[in-house]
Design a protein around this ligand. Sequence first.
Ligand code: ZN
Length: 272
Amino acid sequence: MVIGGTAGAALRSPDDGHQPPATDEGSWLVRYCIFGDVHGNLEALETILADARRQETDRYVCVGDIVGYGANPSDCIDRIQRLTRQVVAGNHDCAVVGRTDIEYFNFFAREAVLWTQQQLTPEQSSYLRGLPLTLELDGMTVVHATVHQPSLFGYIESAMAARQSFDAMTSKLAFVGHSHVPVTFFYEDQGEEIWYSQDNEVPLGDFSKTIVNVGSVGQPRDDNPRAAYAVYDSEQRKVTIRRVEYDVEAARQKIIDAGLPEVLAARLLLGR
Ligand code: ZN
């Protein structure tokens, strides 16, 4: 991929405090890798991060749910801690450290929460405990579930829920996860209209506000087992949803070997 002025640029190190390279015009080139719902799936995480490097992303943002369901919660926390400080808490991250009730979790999710609690170091638990529910950075809002009620972990799955989140946004662009289904909602305040798109190429155009659900790295649920994440090019004002094949079989086998519910292994093959 060619980016203005820096075609063939070397890989940049992730979120390490260095400024991204400037274009010929002097504006900053920023290509974000925005990902979430990793759910302890290290194979999927490493694969999307390798793909993101090939896409020349230079900033990393996590929309939450590092843990829960998968067999490598500790490794996923370590990897993400080394990668970026821009991370929000998901409902599973909260559940594992008692920040939210697991009563409304289904049986399998609850089993995974209880198993995950045994895997984390005290430092990792306090890391999850300290994650914010929302982040505002570089003109975007980052939250796991909804902008209007971040601590309730509802879903943006209807025009009405989208409208509530649009009304709560102070930025023009928000990134969310939680449903494990990539989808983008657009809002035009002139006619008070809301659209959605499931295209993988999302030009942001002149919409008043946009909410992008980046899908799930570690447990996709749109009948597509490939790991999902987003590349956001802030200069071209474009979001691309990437789908990446990873070693599903290895992740599946680890879930079984760990003694986690087998349904959590089987669903990875199906992407649902
Ligand atoms: Zn999730």
